[in-house]
Design a protein around this ligand. Structure first.
Ligand SMILES: Nc1ncnc2c1ncn2[C@@H]1O[C@H](COP(=O)(O)OP(=O)(O)OP(=O)(O)O)[C@@H](O)[C@H]1O
Length: 270
């Protein structure tokens, strides 16, 4: 049986009109897990609660079989790294300076970088293919290049768990594959537990070992993505009629039409 890296137990959370309800999931250790579901279904909220960026109203999060709330903040930051969605200001730093921020959980104020820190920064720059441009300013990079450097910063945190909110959004197809293959390589070589919010179900099936599907703030399914993705799944979770054909074991999704409008969307379209 696969060990569990993260377990959430009956999480409840509300913000505005949105409610996360009774979220109980176990995320396997050392595997790639995708969280999928329609816009606004609570994927980012769940990831933020796991990362302790938000506090659940009820329920518990366990990280490596220990209540997340019992971790001191530095210890937690040495265990779980989270890359939020890339929005907002771009720092005016070189790639190397930005990636060095990943070492913050190991430093007190005014501590200098040690040889060990520099070695880890080199490794993170190298594994993400960013080393050759390490003196370039971050804000001058393309969106795809920036995303790889942001992942390098999270890797420099040297945690066993990496949470990524939509790591491939805004990237062209080639950069999406680059990022997914890089995450797969890192997962295989370092046995990192990687959990990511994804919108592309085919990527989830091609690269991930485990899938968690959310809808209206609830977990509505979890398991092996290749077994889960079916016309019925697309109907139930996304309210779309679609064909699913298999090419070499991998599902190819052909959307046909939306089958009904959930109540929430009728309000949005007024
Ligand atoms: N501060 C807030 N105030 C009010 N509502 C909020 C706030 N933060 C989040 N929400 C609402 O919570 C719901 C869930 O948001 P969340 O970002 O978790 O969804 P998501 O599944 O990640 O969506 P997407 O796929 O669009 O990124 C959304 O309807 C959002 O509008």
């Amino acid at each position: 049986m696969t060990a569990t890296a993260i377990h959430t137990d009956h999480l409840e959370f509300h913000v505005g009109a949105f409610r996360l309800r009774d979220v109980t999931v176990s995320i396997p250790k050392g595997k790639l897990t995708a969280i999928v579901g329609p816009n606004g279904s609570g994927k980012s909220t769940l990831l933020k609660i796991i990362a302790k960026l938000l506090k659940a109203d009820q329920g518990e999060v366990y990280v490596h079989n220990r209540q997340a709330k019992t971790y001191k903040s530095m210890e937690f930051a040495q265990t779980v790294a989270m890359l939020t969605q890339s929005k907002g200001q771009l720092p005016e730093l070189t790639l190397r300076e930005l990636v060095a921020y990943g070492r913050s959980p190991y430093k007190r104020m005014f501590d200098n970088m040690t040889a060990d820190d520099e070695r880890i920064i080199d490794w993170a720059l190298d594994i993400t293919g960013a080393a050759k441009a390490e003196q370039q300013m971050f804000h001058t990079l393309s969106g795809g290049e920036q995303q790889k450097v942001r992942i390098a910063m999270a890797l420099a945190q040297k945690t066993n768990i990496l949470l990524l909110d939509e790591p491939t959004t805004y990237l062209d197809l080639a950069h999406q594959l680059d990022v997914m293959e890089m995450l797969q390589r890192i997962n295989e070589s370092h046995r990192l537990t990687i959990v990511m919010v994804l919108h592309d179900l085919q990527q989830a099936a091609n690269y991930c070992d485990y899938l968690i599907a959310m809808k209206h703030g609830r977990v509505v399914g979890s398991g092996n993505p290749k077994e889960m993705i079916s016309p019925q799944f697309l109907q139930d979770v996304y309210a779309i009629e679609a064909k699913v054909v298999f090419d070499d074991d991998y599902p190819v999704i052909i959307p046909i039409r939306k089958t009904c409008k959930p109540k929430e969307e009728i309000i949005w379209s007024l």
